[in-house]
Design a protein around this ligand. Structure first.
Ligand SMILES: O=C(CO)COP(=O)(O)O
Length: 255
């Protein structure tokens, strides 16, 4: 946690969810309506096919809806792509950019990720920009170097606490049940804050840095209590309302 920063617990449904999954979303929204403290911001990033229905389901609740990717252009001849303006039009408030699955599956570079963050801002969305090292990079002792390179290459210099959220997601921890040690998460987040500060100065202190990678109810409290961890980006466990709510509750239990 960082004093003065509103924590964000975000779910990333990835390529999961049909219409019926919206019942789970309703349960998440109900959980935040009744009992969960408004101090924690809640967001679910759904597949584009569910965007407008998800926005409808969560209307009047504290849960925000986001998307998982956008094109850099506002409109045009890009078959199969969706622009940030279209996501905004469908009711999204946030968009994830540079997730490692997109960096791998679609060969997204830091430069492209930076352009996507700028496209998100042009459309009035907040960007959740993901970075993180692979297992090989960690084993080679290069984790912090990789994070430096990704921050310098993919974070636009006009980033502020109002338009950017950073997510540290070690690639090897995604969907594996493995998590870094508390010491490694603390070192990575402090390092990211330092690199942000070199790039954008004082605003670095305002930017939320989320941890993502195998966050679940049983480890949420430990992970979320680490210094400079301002929330979580949750994959698998965000598909189940009881798990996602239990992760959000972990924040309330922190001193
Ligand atoms: O990639 C992630 C969130 O963006 C993390 O996924 P898991 O929580 O399933 O490991």
């Amino acid at each position: 946690m960082t004093p003065g920063i509103r924590p964000l617990v975000a779910g990333n449904w990835k390529m999961n969810g049909l219409g019926a999954s919206l019942d789970e979303l309703s349960r998440i929204a109900q959980g935040f309506m009744h009992g969960l403290d408004a101090e924690t911001e809640a967001l679910i990033c759904v597949p584009d096919t569910l965007l407008s229905r998800a926005v409808e389901r969560t209307k009047g609740t504290p849960v925000r809806i986001g998307a998982q990717n956008c094109h850099t252009a506002e409109s045009g001849a890009h078959t199969g792509d969706v622009s940030a303006e279209m996501l905004r039009d469908a009711g999204a408030k946030y968009v994830i950019v540079g997730h490692s699955e997109r960096r791998t599956d679609h060969k997204e570079t830091d430069e492209l990720v930076r352009a996507k963050a700028e496209a998100a801002w042009r459309a009035g969305l907040e960007a959740i920009l993901c970075i993180g090292e692979t297992r090989d990079q960690r084993d080679a002792g290069q984790a912090l170097q990789v994070l430096s390179r990704q921050v310098a290459g993919s974070v636009p210099r006009t980033a502020t606490g109002h338009n950017l959220v950073l997510a540290y997601e070690p690639v090897w921890a995604i969907g594996t049940g493995l998590t870094p040690t508390v010491g490694d998460v603390a070192a990575a987040h402090a390092h990211i804050r330092g690199e942000l500060s070199k790039l954008i100065g004082d605003q670095a202190a305002r930017i939320r840095i989320l941890y993502g990678g195998s966050v679940k109810p049983s480890n949420a409290r430990e992970l979320l209590s680490i210094e400079n961890v301002d929330g979580a980006l949750v994959g698998g466990a965000s598909l189940k309302a009881s798990d996602f709510l239990a992760i959000a509750e972990a924040y309330q239990q922190l001193p």
